[in-house]
Design a binder for this molecule. Structure first.
Ligand SMILES: [Zn+2]
Ligand SMILES: [Zn+2]
Length: 358
């Protein structure tokens, strides 16, 4: 028995050694690369053309901190063939490409507010969607200041844009699509909402949330046919999410893992990093804990709550347990941690919520 085992083990080792040696032979390396390249380029892209569903693709579920698992705030909304982003966080464009999302279909970006982590990926979004075939100007919607974001990004990428047209030709990089347009709007008060877009079966409504010291920080409600999703943007626990997110099929709510954050603040203080400790303490006062977000979702009667803008990064598994502590006491089902690549599909004329990963 022992001898048979040793023979078997010897065969496996010999095969592994053969593969290792073979992979160093140039002609075999070329074959492997050719097959790999074909497999990648012939793979299906995500279909965003469904005329009868509201679809979400999470292209960034992190916040401002470096997180190898999560890009900055970025959520794609597709409804009846229309395609928009909510925010364009750092790394969102790269994540969309990894997820094989056809970026050329992107029409525009709705900004919840203009903090750096929510806007910093715009240049990459604009350039990569243009390269992927977007043929109309990119449209930005958001609070006052979005005009400067559009113009500043357009100007900063001016040399790049010109070189693309010069290099690849106007038939490939269609010149009008280099333009970045903007529509700034103000929601008059906390008690009102503002319909920002209403076209066909799609309605996008903005409302104010509390993210001091910003005067204009918005949540968005997206309604398509009989389905709906509400986005909190960045906010403290805010009853406006209950009011304007009432009966939404999906609530995408920002969260800060307060228990984790307070431990990190303590470590910063213990190590004499008072500047970083102050910034993190200030930040912890303008966000929402997972338990508070669960209470909001309950009060709003939202069917599924998805945690988003997940801060801090959680490199240790134990941090996720600490992050979720107390949530199941408040909301035992219909709650999940968002992740990059998460896809949620809401077919019209049904109550179904299809959740999958890309
Ligand atoms: Zn943020
Ligand atoms: Zn913010």
């Amino acid at each position: 028995m022992k001898r048979i085992f040793l023979y078997g083990l010897g065969t496996v080792i010999a095969l592994v050694a053969l593969v290792v040696v073979a992979l160093r032979v140039p002609v075999i390396q070329d074959i492997v690369l050719e097959r790999g390249a074909n497999a990648v380029v012939s793979g299906d892209t995500v279909d965003l053309s469904d005329p009868d569903a509201l679809t979400l693709i999470f292209c960034g579920t992190g916040g401002p901190f470096p997180d190898p698992e999560r890009a900055g705030p970025c959520t794609l909304v597709a409804a009846g063939g229309r395609v928009f982003l909510i925010d364009s966080g750092t790394g969102g464009a790269q994540r969309l490409q990894q997820l094989r999302v056809p970026m050329g279909t992107l029409e525009g970006v709705f900004y919840t507010h203009l903090h750096s982590d929510h806007i910093a990926g715009l240049g990459d979004i604009a350039m990569n969607s243009w390269a992927a075939g977007r043929s109309a100007p990119l449209e930005l919607y958001g609070p006052p200041g979005v005009e400067g974001l559009a113009k500043g990004t357009f100007d900063a990428f001016g040399i790049d844009s010109k070189s693309r047209i010069d290099h690849h030709g106007a038939a490939v990089f269609v010149p009008p699509a280099q333009e970045i347009r903007s529509t700034a709007f103000v929601v008059a008060s906390r008690d009102e909402s503002l319909v920002v877009m209403e076209e066909g079966d799609l309605k996008i409504t903005a409302f104010k949330v509390d993210h001091v010291p910003l005067e204009n920080a918005y949540g968005y409600r997206v309604d398509f046919k009989d389905r709906s999703v509400v986005f909190s943007g960045d906010t403290v626990k805010d009853t406006n999410m209950v009011r304007f997110g009432a009966d939404a099929d999906v609530m995408v709510h920002e969260v800060m893992g307060m228990a984790n954050i307070h431990t990190i603040i303590g470590a910063l203080q213990d190590n004499g990093l008072s500047r970083q400790a102050k910034i993190l303490t200030d930040a912890s006062e303008v966000h929402t804990s997972p338990v508070d977000a669960a209470e909001i979702a309950n009060e709003a009667n939202a069917e599924l709550l998805i945690y988003n803008h997940i801060v801090p990064p959680m490199p240790l598994g134990v941090m996720e347990d600490i992050f979720m502590r107390g949530v199941s006491d408040v909301r035992s089902e219909g709650v999940m941690l968002g992740y990059d690549g998460l896809q949620v599909r809401l077919p019209a004329g049904s109550d179904e919520i299809e959740v999958g990963g890309l």
